[in-house]
Design a binder for this molecule. Sequence first.
Ligand code: NDP
Length: 280
Amino acid sequence: MANLIDGKALAAKIRNEIAKDVEALKARNINPGLAVVLVGNDPASSLYVSSKKKACAKAGIESFSYELPASASEKELLDLIGKLNSNGKIHGILVQLPLPDHMDESRIINAISPEKDVDGFHPVSVGRLVLGEPGFRSCTPAGIMELIDSTEIDIKGKRAVIVGRSNIVGKPLAFMLLERHATVTICHSKTADLKGEVRNADILIAAIGRARFIGGDWIKPGAMVIDVGINRLDDGRIVGDVDFDSAKDVAGAITPVPKGVGPMTITMLLKNTVLSAQRS
Ligand code: NDP
């Protein structure tokens, strides 16, 4: 039976440390502030935004909410971002994605000041990651690195296989693992022998978006399995991209879904906001 990598417990521990950092900043009259921008009323996005605001409040970070209707123009959003960029009370700007179809996501992300890009999606942040320079790292992959490190495994020289090549998970994670000297393979929907690639993994990260897609028989015995997937079944249950029940008997360590990667993503957002306030 694999060791369970408890994302909820790790997130709670890191959030305590963040709350202490916030206190120290407040003692210097710096109040870390995060602007949370929501366009439209997509229920999932509203839920994400409200959990981010709650997490801020718990850590002592002030959150500023900006809600625009789905009919808002791209210019309105760009004007708002311009104001937030120059507002000294705001150290981080988060624009909840996805945006309505009439808005160009990359134009919006590019408008956020790289110094307030706590989501780590701006091309400058991505460039800094690729070059190994200090900067904001995107939250889900940064949280995954914390989860891996919590197991005290030595990443150096390990074969890491990432299934999924999105800009928010697979690609940035590949550079983070490479920086730590893993040998990294990125797989996707056109990978010729996915099962064969997965079978090589000492560290497997599944970020696909397909319920229980990777079975226990794909996994190398003793491997570490990080399951990023969040998939809702017809009966309402949330499951990952890995078939937990069969994988847990083969893997050496595994994250559950929920309570694995999910709680770490918001934690890293708080961490980036504090980092930005510390730099200000
Ligand atoms: P995307 O849809 O952007 O990317 C999915 C990736 O999976 C793509 O690269 C795609 O390949 C690949 N893929 C799809 N089907 C297959 C297949 N049959 N075989 C191999 N590869 C395949 O998803 P995200 O990266 O945004 O998210 C992935 C999952 O992680 C989702 O379930 C999402 O909800 C979850 N997630 C969880 C977060 C958390 O905080 N826990 C945060 C972010 C995401 P191709 O590029 O070829 O199309």
